[in-house]
Design a protein around this ligand. Structure first.
Ligand code: GDP
Ligand code: IMO
Ligand code: MG
Length: 431
């Protein structure tokens, strides 16, 4: 039996999908525990690229069953499109394979319209959300007026609830935000259609997960977003509305803390962020362009969900140490080491300077974080192409030193290093 958690250690897009895929080979159940289709997880197998937004990345393997957990907010239209696209590529997404927690909350067109309205209202202070209705859906959940996926088991109840929900939101959309009314009849019809297609997938997630654990099976919890997008521990208000941190896996799938075996923190060999908010190590100009890439490669730094260019900067070890405290990482998985090949020197942020003092945490107060400047240590770079390397000792010495430096500074062993997006472009370090 094992319960392992994959968590993003930065601001999302660290490469959680590719490590979920890697570890899914050994898993019996892979469950998404938070977020919704704001996530975009990429899995690359034999040159084929899969971009997953709601369905766990374990789906690309044939063995594990996949669960959309109770902590997730679910847009059924997006899910059905994703299921159809996978089915067309020969991936089994039938009800015996893909399960949906009855506790997951439904996203509706009203949530999406409200996301847009709220962002527009914020103007320059906008969060830069993915406009997928995530915040408004979690708002309804916290207000205890949300619509849970379990509703889909009863078509009549679905019709009544959706009708009431859209009618109520229409008042808000038109009277407060001056937006157009949504078509209640059309949306009710759509959701009845979704209910018919998805009701066979519904499960009680905690019963399923505990059944697996009781029978000695292996469960992998796939995080979405990243530690610094956590609604409590991230750079609030420039965060998402859920708990991407490892504790979110416990509430999101219904598991207690003593069940956890491994917590794998995924971090890029540098830092990226998409959307607004503070970023102490952010680069601009040619240095940023170098890390971001031009967009010609599929792995260049442009959002998987929105296509927006990602903001980029050097690796921030203050963030990774902070992420370790929040997630109790048992190991780190580093991605995109290959992108750093060819640099003369690689600066790494080792602490922040705040009001003339050195600090080793990410301040919760945004003003204070805004006053932080990154203190860098500069490591020598390496010129060699590392994409074909599969053993740590074959990496250029300076690349080895870079990795060792991260492990020492964060005080977490590095278990995996990836040197390209493909499933097999990974160096595993046996400890
Ligand atoms: P996620 O949201 O954490 O799953 O990450 P994304 O899929 O949004 O973004 C990571 C991007 O980096 C994807 O395009 C991956 O294919 C790519 N990627 C992951 N690991 C590596 C790596 O080691 N090297 C390179 N070059 N690309 C990688
Ligand atoms: P994965 O799982 C990167 C960011 C958005 C925005 C903020 C709030 O692929 O790592 P939201 O739509 O959630 O209300 O947006 O969070 N964000 C992500 N950034 N990767 C993600 O997911 C993200 N999901 C949300 O850009 O700044
Ligand atoms: Mg992503």
């Amino acid at each position: 039996m094992s319960f392992n958690i994959i968590v993003g250690a930065q601001w999302g897009d660290e490469g959680k999908g590719r490590y979920t895929d890697l570890m899914a080979a050994e898993a019996d159940l892979v469950g998404r525990y938070s977020g919704g289709d704001n996530a975009g997880h990429t899995v690359t197998v034999s040159g084929e690229i899969f971009k997953l937004h709601l369905i766990p990345s374990g789906i690309v393997h044939s063995k594990p069953i996949c669960l959309i957990g109770g902590g997730v907010v679910l847009n059924p239209a997006v899910l059905l499109r994703e299921m159809a696209a996978l089915a067309e590529r020969g991936v089994d997404v039938g009800p015996h394979r893909l399960k949906i927690s009855k506790k997951a909350h439904l996203i509706t067109p009203a949530h999406i319209a409200l996301d847009k309205a709220l962002e527009t209202q914020k103007g320059k202070g906008a969060i830069g959300t993915t406009l997928r209705g995530i915040g408004p859906a979690y708002t309804d959940k916290a207000s205890r007026i949300g619509l849970r996926a379990g509703l889909f088991s009863d078509l009549e109840a679905t019709a009544v609830a959706i009708k009431k929900h859209i009618a109520t939101k229409n008042k808000l959309l038109s009277k407060v935000y001056g937006m157009e009314l949504l078509d209640v009849v059309e949306i009710v019809d759509q959701y009845i259609g979704y209910a018919k297609l998805l009701q066979a997938h519904l499960v009680d997630d905690m019963v399923l997960v505990h059944d697996y654990l009781k029978n000695g099976r292996s469960v992998l919890a796939e995080g979405a977003q990243g530690t610094f997008l956590d609604i409590d521990h991230g750079t609030y208000p420039f965060v998402t509305s859920s708990h991407p941190t490892a504790p979110g896996a416990l509430t999101g799938l219904g598991v207690g803390p003593k069940m956890v075996d491994r917590v794998i923190g995924v971090a890029k060999a540098f830092t990226s962020r998409v959307g607004n908010g503070p970023f102490p190590c952010e680069l601009s100009g040619s240095e940023a362009a170098r890390l971001r890439g031009t967009g010609d490669n599929p792995w260049d730094e442009f959002g998987t969900t929105t296509g927006r260019p990602r903001r980029v900067g050097w690796l921030d070890l203050v963030m990774l140490r902070h992420a370790h405290r929040l997630n109790s990482l048992t190991e780190l998985a580093i991605t995109k080491l290959d992108v750093l090949s060819g640099l003369e020197e690689v600066p790494v942020c080792v602490s922040y300077e705040l009001d003339e003092s050195r600090i080793d945490y990410v301040p919760s107060d945004l003003d204070a974080l805004g006053r932080c400047t990154a203190v860098y240590e500069t490591l020598p770079g390496w010129q060699e192409d590392v994409t074909g390397i599969r053993r740590f000792e074959d990496l250029p010495v300076n690349a080895q030193s870079y990795i060792n430096f991260i492990a020492e500074q964060v005080n977490v062993p590095i278990k995996y290093i990836s040197v390209g997006p493909a499933r097999d472009q990974v160096i595993t370090i046996e400890t």
